[in-house]
Design a protein. Structure first.
Length: 873
């Protein structure tokens, strides 16, 4: 009867008879039966006997009204609903689900009844499906319930819905959104029942679990310690505390907490006890606890799946790989919910339209790794092929999960945790290439390295286009954009506010906006055309990329894999690969090279003593692979994202690559497809230009930031056709108003890069406003701008290409922000730029663009003009 207190939050609704055209009074027995059953249902201290009697009485009412076709009687609806609740309390989920579904059917037979009656049965049906491991159906009913809240704001038990949605997003691996929903459930509960601290414990526990999954272990421990002091629901809290301590590498403290849990109430404890002993090297003890779990009947799907995975891990510890595989396959079946094939060579292959469980991702990844281990034991290529097939399935699932997330924060969190997947898949594919060099494995290896590159930026740009093609309601699109803007604004406020109360208020507002964003995006996804385009998993092949290239172009794509660096070079007729195993040494050389670039003295030619090493380790292999191609399109990865390749030695007379090679950059090969031509039409060459620091420093500028004046910036933009705004006219407000009206934008200003927090990096405009946010364009704001009309963005400011490096996504820089906003091409700086040099180079750059040169060629020629001039010594 443990759950009765929560279930009795159900609002009391009187039954009434509402038959159509029949004035015969209701049989007294129906009302009397209902009153009897309802009284038993609402007992403050129910027993198994009273619940059984209530259940049988509700069933009598149902039988009588169903047989007499009394579908218009609300007693039938209420009896099905309360029957379901009683079955749910008894953990008979299947029967409870059927009762809830029939309650929904009865309501739909009576359209005159208020639709608010559908709320509770939808919530309860969704929760029942969740416990039955049918997450697709759970999501369907919970979303229906959520859609009723704006229509009926006074609906009760919103906290139950939000808690269920939090659990659903938790299973999806979207721990940021799950934390938001759990926190919202807690907020609603405190608002409605401020004095009921006990009812809040499950919700606070769920918040802590999300923090645990986000790696915020200390914060989770603090919540658990507070909850344990209340001495309620202690079993689940001690279990979660133990798991958190285990993650903090305190296994013995974790076991102390585990021993305080009653396994009869929480059978999943036995799995966690097993894992703790396994990590301590006590395999026999781990098997003992896993066996104890097997002997219990009150276990759920998820716990059974976890048990299979942990059993497989114990067998892997004993190198019993063949025995581990069937267990992992069983776990995959349990976590999938729709995949049923027990063949270890089979994998789920289509996730579109399905609920994506992150536990399924983990099980698939472990299966692929196990198949690799089997190959290492007997060298049977079949194991390797099966491993690659499983990696392919896992990558498809990862891609689908990422696209299903609503915020970029959640997507980036996922990317930070899936790098190993792509590295392992690449290594497996390349090994198969050595065994079967003519079977296309090398090209498949290349696609593996590209699928995850800059996928968040790419998805943002694609979805913007898909919304236009799919005929989405413009009001929904505007609402989505406004929500994203508000989230960005709150993130900015958190950078400048230090007041604890204000930060808490901002966090609460952000939580609400992120949940609203999720709801809006679910509404947009109801458009079938958009949904199909969004979740499309195709990627351009090597052959398709080759068709976009000219005779002189070579795409050079890098991929870091542990101590190796992989180079893939594509020309219009060739495809080559090389693996550099001396990558640790090369990484040191790159770091030293970049550091030297940052510290070079103004006006002096760059001359670094490590040039020969850089040439031998990096440039020479590239020249051999690219042969005679003189336009390199670089797709960087990792540390190479900070490296200006044109500065590297060419191996000829101490000259840089700039002298002989035209260099351009792209975040992923997929960006090459719509951008095969990089010329600007001369007649359309109109520039929006800003130079806010061209004149003498004003009192406004001195008040805002001690930024140096850029006297050459006025000349830099003076001759450009279009609109120029200088000094006081170069405000942020004017930029936001006019930005998407020009094919070219030129910002001759300062950019401030924040190494501790890339989101706090900004571009400075004239400080006309009274607050920093009014004068600075922050990275967070760029993500919400629409700059899809901008062919070229030129930012002649320092370090606009610097930022935090995120696995496979690239550098979280201002440049990336402009690309995300829709700019097709961006010219930026990776180091501190000299005002005079920048001005001279960019004036020439514009001249060459107007003459019809491509952007990369125009920039190369402009730089060479400067280098060959007399400005350097």
């Amino acid at each position: 009867m443990q759950g009765r207190a929560c279930w009795l939050l159900l609002a009391y609704v009187l039954c009434y008879h509402a038959s159509s055209g029949n004035t015969e009074p209701r049989k007294p027995t129906v009302l009397q039966l209902y009153q009897k059953a309802d009284k038993l249902f609402r007992l403050p201290n129910p027993t198994a006997f009273t619940d059984k009697e209530a259940l049988s009485t509700f069933q009598l009412i149902i039988d009588q009204l169903e047989s007499s076709r009394g579908f218009s009687d609300t007693c039938l609806f209420q009896s099905y609903l309360k029957k379901g609740i009683l079955l749910d309390i008894d953990e008979n989920r299947q029967a409870a689900k059927r009762a809830y579904l029939r309650a929904i059917q009865v309501k739909r037979l009576n359209p005159a009844w208020s639709d608010s009656l559908l709320y509770l049965p939808n919530v309860y049906t969704g929760s029942a499906y969740y416990h039955l491991n049918n997450f697709d159906s759970a999501s369907y009913f919970l979303q229906h319930a959520e859609a009723l809240i704006p229509l009926f704001p006074q609906i009760q038990e919103k906290e139950r819905l939000y808690n269920a949605l939090g659990a659903l997003h938790f299973e999806n691996g979207n721990y940021l959104l799950s934390r938001n929903y759990f926190s919202l459930a807690l907020e609603v509960l405190y608002k409605d029942q401020a004095s009921d601290a006990i009812a809040a414990i499950p919700f606070e526990n769920n918040v802590a679990i999300s923090l645990f999954k986000l790696g915020m272990y200390r914060e989770a421990v603090q919540i658990y310690q507070k909850l344990l002091a209340r001495r309620v629901f202690s079993d689940q809290i001690y279990l979660n505390m133990g798991k958190t301590l285990f993650a903090l590498h305190e296994p013995y403290k974790a076991l102390e907490n585990f021993r305080k849990v009653n396994p009869d109430k929480v059978p999943g404890l036995l799995n966690e006890m097993a894992l703790a002993h396994l990590e301590l090297g006590k395999v026999d003890s781990a098997l003992f606890f896993l066996g104890q779990f097997d002997r219990r009947n009150n276990t759920g799907y998820i716990d059974r799946g976890v048990n299979k995975v942990y059993k497989a891990r114990t067998l892997l510890a004993r190198q019993q790989y063949n025995q581990a595989l069937p267990l992992l396959q069983e776990a995959i079946i349990l976590f999938s919910g729709r995949f049923t094939d027990k063949d270890i060579y089979a994998n789920p292959d289509n996730f579109v339209g399905a609920f994506a469980s992150y536990r399924l991702f983990d099980a698939l990844l472990r299966k692929a790794e196990t198949l690799e281990l089997l190959y290492k034991t007997d060298s049977n290529p079949r194991w390797l092929q099966a491993a690659l097939a499983t990696y392919n399935s896992t990558m498809s699932l990862s891609n689908y999960i990422e696209k299903s997330y609503d915020t970029d924060d959640a997507k980036l969190f996922l990317k930070k945790n899936n790098r190993d997947l792509y590295q392992n898949a690449l290594n497996t594919c390349l090994l198969l290439h050595t065994l079967h060099p003519r079977d296309g494995y090398l090209k498949h290896a290349y696609l593996i390295t590209q699928r995850n590159k800059a996928s968040v930026v790419l998805a943002g740009l694609q979805q913007r286009t898909y919304k236009e093609r799919g005929g989405i309601d413009p009001a929904l699109v505007r609402r989505e954009r406004n929500i994203k803007y508000n989230i960005a604004r709150l993130n900015l406020k958190n950078e400048v506010d230090i007041n604890k109360e204000t930060l808490q208020q901002n966090a609460s507002l952000k939580m609400h906006f992120e949940i609203e964003l999720s709801q809006v995006q679910k509404s947009i996804e109801k458009n079938s055309t958009y949904y199909k385009l969004k979740y499309d998993n195709t990627f351009p092949s090597v052959e398709v990329i080759q068709q976009t290239l000219t005779e002189q172009q070579a795409v050079i794509s890098f991929f870091e894999a542990g101590n190796s660096l992989h180079l893939f070079v594509i020309t219009n007729t060739t495809f080559r690969h090389r693996q550099i195993d001396s990558f640790p040494l090369l990484r040191q050389q790159v770091q030293a090279w970049v550091k030297q670039l940052h510290s070079s003295e103004k006006g002096r030619k760059f001359n670094y003593s490590g040039a020969s090493g850089m040439y031998e380790l990096l440039v020479k292999p590239l020249q051999e692979l690219a042969v005679d191609k003189d336009h390199w399109i670089i797709v960087p990865d990792g540390i190479l994202s900070f490296l200006p390749f044109e500065s590297l030695p060419s191996g000829k007379q101490n000259l840089p690559l700039l002298e002989s090679v035209e260099v351009s950059y792209t975040l992923s090969s997929q960006f090459l497809i719509p951008a095969a031509s990089s010329k600007l039409v001369r007649s359309a060459y109109s520039v929006l230009a800003f130079a806010p620091f061209a004149g003498k420093a004003s009192s406004d500028q001195q008040r805002d930031l001690p930024l140096q004046q850029l006297p050459a910036s006025e000349a830099e933009i003076a001759s450009l056709k279009g609109s120029q705004y200088i000094n006081q006219a170069a405000t942020k407000a004017r930029f936001l108003d006019e930005a998407n009206r020009y094919p070219v934008i030129h910002l001759a200003t300062h950019a401030i890069y924040n190494p501790q927090n890339s989101a706090a990096s900004f571009i400075a405009f004239y400080p006309q406003g009274s607050t920093p946010e009014q004068n600075r364009l922050y990275l967070e704001e760029l993500y919400g701008l629409a700059l899809d009309s901008t062919e070229l963005m030129i930012v002649s400011a320092c370090e606009t290409g610097n930022g935090e490096l995120v696995n496979s996504e690239g550098v979280m820089s201002l440049t990336r922000g402009f690309a995300y906003a829709g700019c097709r091409s961006v010219v930026n700086s990776l180091w501190k730029a000299d005002d005079d040099a920048t001005s001279e180079i960019l004036q020439q750059f514009h001249r060459y663009l107007k003459e019809g040169y491509t952007r990369s060629k125009a920039l190369q020629k402009a730089k060479l003009d400067y280098l060959h001039g007399d400005a350097l010594y």
